[in-house]
Write a protein that binds this ligand. Structure first.
Ligand code: SF4
Length: 369
């Protein structure tokens, strides 16, 4: 396989087809890092908005380090996987604490792969992406799209998500990497996987600029690749969230509506430091669980609403949450340890999980009426 021919075909395709994305137009490592963390498990269209807002609010790593974690979580709200936001903030603080005087370009951002890789929330992929996009250092950036392209080009049917598979793919991409132009190579192969060599190929291979070099195309195995290890079983959980509503009347006028929330305090929890309504978990499906086996198997997110309750089915990577948000209108708020009473109108000052936000989106108009 001629690497230089692959490069020239790939780069020619990239020149014509690349998307204009703001993080491609910069070599600022802080901006590239922000984009990479936001885009983990997030679609580009959704991530764009968050990227612009974060960058407008915290222009430099020093600005982000000086922010409150609660503010960062609130800005992150809706993106899910909140450990990403917590690590982003923690890493910004570490960078500022360890910073030696700014270099000639004024940046204090770490400059080597190993320094970048040592930051919280950064794995091999993200470190490779920042090192190559910001500094043009010769490290691969293997995201899911690149695994797919490499599996097909080389017809590798080893699962790519086991440690042996990762090592094998890493060795192959190291051999394929364009060491003269790592920034261009990584950008082009990622974009090619995202836009052209996609999971469902249709008739893409027939006109593919890399088809002459593609072993899976030659062997007729492209649609079967890449191979994943078998998925772990998804666990069902049944949760009741209690939304206590206490309306306070003064001179026949309702002046405020209070409710109870508490903050999750377990550092191992994916929703660590996010707020939620008092919650109880049932070991099994409640008798009136509205979702049957068919819904659970569909693994879709959906909501069902009535006057006093909203049911939300919410899927995470290993869990399917069957949540009921139940409204209790009370004359006195109950005493529940660890909770605080807040006006309903102040809910948007607190960061909530995507699950709770989905329920609130549906319920708030009626609660605030
Ligand atoms: S020939 Fe098909 S499978 Fe091979 S790189 Fe091109 S699009 Fe992907």
């Amino acid at each position: 396989m001629s690497k230089s021919l692959i490069y020239s075909h790939l780069y020619a395709w990239y020149e014509v087809n690349r998307r204009n994305l703001p993080w491609r137009e910069t070599e600022d490592p802080y901006a590239i890092w922000l984009s990479e963390i936001i885009l983990q498990q997030t679609r580009v269209a959704q991530g764009l908005d968050y990227y612009r807002r974060f960058l407008a609010r915290w222009r430099t790593v020093e600005d982000l380090a000086a922010a409150d974690e609660a503010e960062v979580l609130r800005e992150w709200q809706g993106l899910g996987y909140y450990s990403r936001a917590r690590n982003l903030h923690k890493a910004a603080k570490m960078i500022v604490e360890k910073a030696s005087p700014a270099r000639g370009d004024g940046s204090i951002f770490p400059r080597t792969f190993d320094e970048i890789r040592a930051l919280p929330g950064i794995g091999d992929y993200t470190a490779g992406a920042i090192a190559s996009f910001a500094y043009n250092l010769p490290y691969p950036a293997m995201d899911g799209n690149v695994y797919r392209v490499v599996a097909r080009l080389l017809d590798i049917d080893e699962p790519f998500d086991t440690s042996a598979g990762k090592k094998l793919f890493h060795n192959e991409i190291e051999k394929l990497l364009d060491r003269e132009n790592p920034r261009l190579f990584n950008s082009a192969i990622m974009e090619f996987g995202a836009l052209y060599c996609t999971p469902v190929l249709g008739d893409a291979c027939a006109t593919c600029p890399l088809s002459d070099f593609c072993l899976a195309h030659a062997h007729g195995t492209a649609e079967l690749l890449p191979v994943r290890k078998p998925r772990p079983k998804v666990r069902d959980r049944w949760l009741d969230y209690h939304i206590y509503i206490n309306e306070q009347m003064v001179n026949d006028q309702m002046v405020n509506v209070f409710t109870l929330i508490h903050r999750r305090e377990n550092p191992k929890d994916i929703w660590y430091h996010l707020y939620e309504f008092p919650c109880e978990e049932h070991p099994n499906a409640p008798i009136n669980d509205p979702y049957g086996e068919a819904d659970r198997m569909n693994e879709v997110n959906k909501e069902m609403v009535n006057d006093k309750m909203v049911n939300v089915l919410h899927t995470l990577s290993h869990q399917r949450l069957h949540a009921r948000f139940i409204i209790h209108k009370v004359s006195v708020l109950p005493q529940i340890e660890g909770t605080i009473a807040i006006p309903l109108s102040a809910l948007d000052e607190y960061a909530f999980s995507r699950l709770t936000l989905r329920a609130l989106d549906t319920l708030l108009p009626s609660l605030l009426r």
